[in-house]
Design a protein around this ligand. Structure first.
Ligand code: IPM
Ligand code: MN
Length: 369
């Protein structure tokens, strides 16, 4: 039986609760003889700050680099509002992304038929939706230098963030998007703001060239990022794969998430380049939702985005396509039977808690195997 090393970084807020449900799924896959998972656990975010004074330790970083896949819960919360900027909980996640060079963030937004009414948009607009946002994750304004607040001679302050992209950074994320579109509906929409940003001009130029020369069979269109946000809520089914920079991807993926009914539904994968020798990619998987401090510790959180993120790990890090399909099918089946956590429950329907949802998914897995 194939065996994989996972590093679990539950983090803060609802992170530990949803991460716990993934353990049930890995245990099931082991007992069913599908694959074995050796799981280590470490701290990240506010939890790491409380224990070690940093958002992630060098030791945890080394374990992340060595793992077949990192499963990340969520970080942050009001408790850490006043910690120094460099040690804020989010710094742990940003260090993981940057040091592991996870430049490609895949955020699929799929609307399960059973959930079309949970969306704030009309059923006909979201039913059957299946789009994929490919977000550049290690460049742009998140990491560009200078990034500072300086005090001017007149005592006023000046804050600077720098949006910066080089040709190869745009080429490699464009290729990820085109490659994924090949096995989908063969359409890529590139989103930037070339009408006001020089980085947008280069982005559009490079994506156009890569499309023309390397992927002539994939349809390519360009939507300005503001218009793309508008079109996502007007008629999202026009899209297949959307490729964009770090900041626009952050915003557009939250919009796309809500189309599916709840932020609690959306998984994501962050991938590095394939290793020249082994072909393996460094990878981190995380739900798109945050730490949700308002419901943390209450057993109310929806574990589907976290379990769906583990399904992505099965697909992209373990090469276990069938097992990934199985987990996705179990999630869909549970939703089809009407079981709902609070975030996706219609009025009048009794919602289950985090552990019940996890158990229901494991029961569905047992039925399916
Ligand atoms: C996300 C989050 C992060 C980001 C935060 C927590 C730093 O919003 O993964 O979308 O802005 O990238
Ligand atoms: Mn975000």
């Amino acid at each position: 039986m194939a065996s994989f090393n996972l590093l679990l970084l539950p983090g803060d807020g609802i992170g530990p609760e949803v991460a716990n449900e993934v353990k049930k799924v890995t245990a099931f896959l082991g007992s069913a003889g599908i694959a074995k998972f050796e799981t280590e656990t470490d701290l990240v975010g506010g939890a790491a700050f409380d224990a070690h004074g940093v958002a992630i330790t060098d030791d945890a970083m080394a374990r992340a680099q060595a793992a077949d896949a990192v499963l990340f819960g969520a970080v942050g919360g009001p408790k850490w509002a006043d910690v120094p900027y460099h040690a804020r909980p989010e710094a742990g996640l940003l260090r993981l992304r940057k040091d592991m060079q996870l430049f490609a963030n895949l955020r699929p937004a799929v609307c399960y038929p059973a959930l079309a009414d949970a969306s704030s948009l009309k059923r006909e607009i979201v039913e059957g939706l299946d789009i994929l946002i490919v977000r550049e994750l290690t460049g742009g304004v998140y990491f560009g230098e200078p990034k500072e607040i300086v005090t001017l001679e007149n005592g006023e302050k000046r804050a600077v963030d720098t949006q910066v992209y080089t040709t190869h950074e745009i080429e490699r994320i464009a290729r990820v998007a085109f490659d994924l579109a090949k096995v989908r509906r063969k359409k890529v929409t590139s989103s930037e703001k070339h009408n006001v940003m020089r980085s947008g001009v280069l982005w559009k130029e490079v994506v156009t060239r890569v499309g023309k020369t390397e992927y002539p069979d994939i349809e390519l269109e360009h939507h300005l990022a503001d218009a793309c946000g508008m079109q996502l809520v007007r008629w999202p089914k026009q899209y297949d794969v959307i490729v964009c920079d770090n900041l626009f991807g952050d915003m557009l993926s939250d919009v796309a998430a809500m189309l599916t009914g709840s932020l609690g539904m959306l998984p994501s994968a962050s991938l590095g380049a394939p290793d020249a020798k082994t072909g393996k990619r460094k990878a981190l998987y995380e739900p798109v939702h945050g730490s949700a401090p308002d419901i943390a510790g209450k057993g109310l959180a929806n574990p589907i985005a976290m379990i769906g993120s583990f399904a992505m790990a099965l697909r992209y890090s373990c090469g276990l396509t069938e097992a990934a399909d199985l987990v996705d099918k179990a999630i869909a089946d549970v939703l089809a039977t009407g079981i709902r956590t609070r975030d996706i429950a219609p009025k009048g329907v009794n919602a289950v808690g985090t552990t019940e949802m996890g158990d229901a998914i494991v029961s569905a897995l047992k039925r399916l195997t």
